[in-house]
Design a protein around this ligand. Structure first.
Ligand code: CP
Length: 350
């Protein structure tokens, strides 16, 4: 497999890679997955490499899939608790000895290890929409080793790779002719990220699916990402349509991807401060937007429900869906975080 041109690259967002490069990383991940089932872990691939992981937000899947993944490839993950380092800052935010410039932290860590992975989003950056991605870009600017984005407010490329791998496993590498329904759902928190929706639709459209996206009018996605999804659909022979009826994402679908996410128009930069009470009032108008049996029965008989997890049972999805015949793809999707990220690390980490 040709992985030329990938070694040493940062993995900040899917948009930085060609379709062929994304396919290569997925194929490497699938090869490693196939070998995993035979307990062949290829621990020579990244032997003695160190991945520094900096989490500003909680995680189950991302942390554990990276730790297990680099260990299986022969390396080691080092978990950095931001509260145990000095506050990482951008220019103009310095707090004397209590903080350290991100660019300097990245320069130092990249002299000790072989890759740096960062998750930062939400409250940690006051919901300032692009700030978390700018911070990850700043890590990349200072680092001499690849930087991996483990989720910011806009992008969750590792999740997107696992989603693509899960779709490939179900339908093959071309998703043409497959209807992938994607929808916003109700949720009881004003903090659920929009990035997984962005990257799920990015990969579904990249590989030719007919994406039907349902959301209440107020729950738009990022227009720049939406334009990329449309362009992907055009280039791949797929399609992208938008509706304000949840049923349109469910009827006749092969997949129903249904998850809550924040209202961008109640967060900076549209508003000065996050309008969390307003957001909950708004969500309260749409409590019926849940992936339940009635909605899943509108999909194809063998349709699957997808969600990046963690999900909110009883709000985003019913127990009957998650625990029933529609639920297994969710857990494949979670498992594939491990295999997809091994593919990415094997390709980009020198
Ligand atoms: N899907 C996902 O990123 O899960 P975690 O927040 O648990 O890492």
């Amino acid at each position: 497999m040709i992985t030329e041109g990938l070694k040493g690259r940062d993995f900040l967002r899917l948009q930085d890679f060609s379709k062929a490069e994304i396919e290569t990383m997925l194929e490497v991940g699938l090869q490693l997955k196939a070998d995993n089932t035979m307990r062949r872990y290829h621990d020579d691939v990244l032997r003695r490499r160190t991945l520094f992981m900096m989490f500003f937000n909680p995680s189950l899947r991302t942390r554990n899939s990276f730790e297990a993944g680099i260990y299986q490839l022969g390396g080691h993950a080092h978990f950095l608790e931001p509260s145990a380092t000095r506050l990482p800052t951008l220019e103009g935010e310095d707090l004397g000895y209590a903080s350290e410039r991100i660019v300097d932290m990245a320069r130092v860590l990249s002299r000790m290890g072989d890759a740096i992975a960062v998750r930062i989003l939400g409250d940690v950056v006051g919901w300032e929409y692009d700030k978390a991605f700018r911070i990850i870009q700043e890590f990349a600017r200072g680092s001499q080793v690849p930087v991996i984005n483990m989720e910011d407010n806009i992008y969750h490329p590792c999740q997107g790779m696992a989603d693509a791998m899960t779709l490939w496993e179900m339908f093959g590498k071309k998703l043409n002719g497959r209807k992938i329904g994607v929808t916003w759902t109700y949720g009881t928190s004003p903090k659920k990220p929009i990035a997984p929706h962005h990257d799920f639709m990015y990969v579904a459209s990249l590989f030719g699916a007919d994406v039907v996206f349902s959301h209440p009018a107020e729950m738009r996605i990022d227009p720049e990402i939406e334009a990329q999804i449309k362009a992907n659909a055009e280039a791949s022979g797929g399609s992208y349509t938008v509706s304000d009826r949840m049923e349109d994402a469910c009827e006749g679908s092969d997949i129903v991807y249904a998850k809550n996410y924040v209202c961008l128009d109640l967060l900076p930069p549209v508003t000065k401060e996050p309008q969390k009470d307003e957001m909950m009032k708004l969500f309260g108008k749409y409590t019926g937007w849940i992936a339940d049996e009635k909605r899943m029965n509108m999909a194809k008989p063998d349709a699957q429900y997808m969600h990046c997890l963690p999900c909110e049972r009883g709000a985003e999805v019913s127990n009957e869906v998650l625990d029933g015949k529609w639920g297994y793809a969710c857990y494949d999707e979670a498992e594939n975080r491990l295999h997809a990220q091994k593919g990415v690390m094997a390709c980009i980490v020198p």
